[in-house]
Design a protein. Structure first.
Length: 341
């Protein structure tokens, strides 16, 4: 065909295809040569205009070139198939902003646990954890909780089957007192963060699973005033130096005397508001001097040693600290809530 040198065309094709780097470019290349108005179609259309004796050879050459093109395109396609789609179709634009990664953060409950544990470790306490599946003995008997105590009732505690095995989900962190005292001799000062379980119906102030921190100190000569001093330091570190505190007599089977500790309401500063139920005081923990019967159960000499213990609910402390009105927010996984901490 006049004006078209098949050998030159062949060379151009081979050079062009080497430079192709994307499926898009390859498609443009395919259309250019194999499309309905492409180069090959042009060649075939020109055949009738050739001299008779040239037609056959020219036709064969055009055909061979078409087959070669198909081969080259197929090879190129294969070389793209291992690449991610994004790089197949477009060159990477390094000026584009990256995909922002959501960085997780520490859950508010964990933050409060860590904060409280740090306050106590600074005062010389060690951190100990215990299992969430406990023995009935450690959860109740060892702690002087009588058989007829209502919390021993199957409806008030998650027992594991078979119930004769005496295993349950601990209803407080106090059983860790038994574990620690059975394995260590005084003097000791320990805090125990952890999950506890009670079959309460869920509402704005109850969950069937929540967190507590237990604390206890045992040695010869530990007095209630030690408990008071330690708890005052703790409460001021968490809620601020200007809070007031008070003890109210209470009953726990494993402490004697027992007391609940209140702090002056951090919202109304003691004047009375809806958070403190117009009382001006907020209950934050239970405490007392460890009952001699508990010492007997762990094999301590109750004539020689005295000690105090306290236990607080973490969710409650976190709610007061941050002004959270519904305890369920802690376990809804709502990022609008969690991102605020
Ligand atoms: N274990 C008690 C509770 O869960 C709290 C407590 C701990 C009270 C230690 C006194 C001493 O209510």
């Amino acid at each position: 065909m006049p004006g078209i040198d098949i050998a030159v065309l062949q060379k151009t094709i081979e050079e062009e295809i080497i430079k192709i780097n994307s499926s898009q470019e390859l498609e443009a290349f395919r259309l250019k040569y194999l499309g309905r108005k492409g180069v090959i179609a042009g060649l075939t259309a020109a055949i009738p205009t050739l001299a008779k004796e040239e037609r056959a050879t020219f036709g064969q050459q055009a055909n061979a070139m078409k087959n070669r093109l198909l081969e080259l395109i197929a090879e190129k396609e294969k070389s793209f198939s291992g690449q991610p789609a994004a790089t197949q179709n477009q060159a990477i634009d390094i000026g584009m902003p990256g995909i922002a990664q959501q960085i997780g953060r520490v859950h508010p409950i964990t933050q409060v646990v860590e904060e409280i544990c740090t306050i106590f470790t600074r005062m010389g306490f060690s951190i100990v954890e215990g299992p969430e599946i406990e023995t009935e003995y450690n959860n109740f008997t060892g702690l002087n909780i009588a058989l007829e105590h209502p919390s021993r009732d199957a409806f008030d505690t998650f027992y594991l089957k078979p119930q004769e095995k005496g295993l349950l989900l601990r209803s407080h962190t106090s059983p860790v007192q038994i574990r620690v005292m059975k394995s260590c001799e005084p003097p000791l000062a320990v805090v125990v963060p952890g999950r506890v379980y009670r079959p309460d119906a869920t509402d704005a102030s109850h969950l069937f699973m929540f967190h507590q921190i237990e604390g206890f100190m045992v040695d010869a000569g530990i007095r209630f005033s030690d408990l008071k001093g330690i708890l005052e330091t703790f409460a001021k570190a968490v809620f601020g130096d200007d809070i007031k505190m008070r003890f109210r007599p209470h009953f726990f089977p494993f402490t004697e005397p027992s007391a609940e500790m209140d702090i002056s309401c951090i919202i109304c500063k003691g004047k009375g508001c809806s958070v403190c139920g117009r009382k001006g005081w907020l209950e934050i923990l239970g405490s007392g001097m460890i009952h001699p019967n508990v010492f007997e159960h762990v094999g301590y000499d109750s004539k020689k040693y005295t000690g105090f213990a306290f236990g607080m609910g973490i969710e409650r402390i976190a709610m007061l600290k941050y002004g959270i009105t519904d305890i369920r927010m802690f376990c809804e996984n709502d990022l609008r809530f969690l991102n605020q901490f």
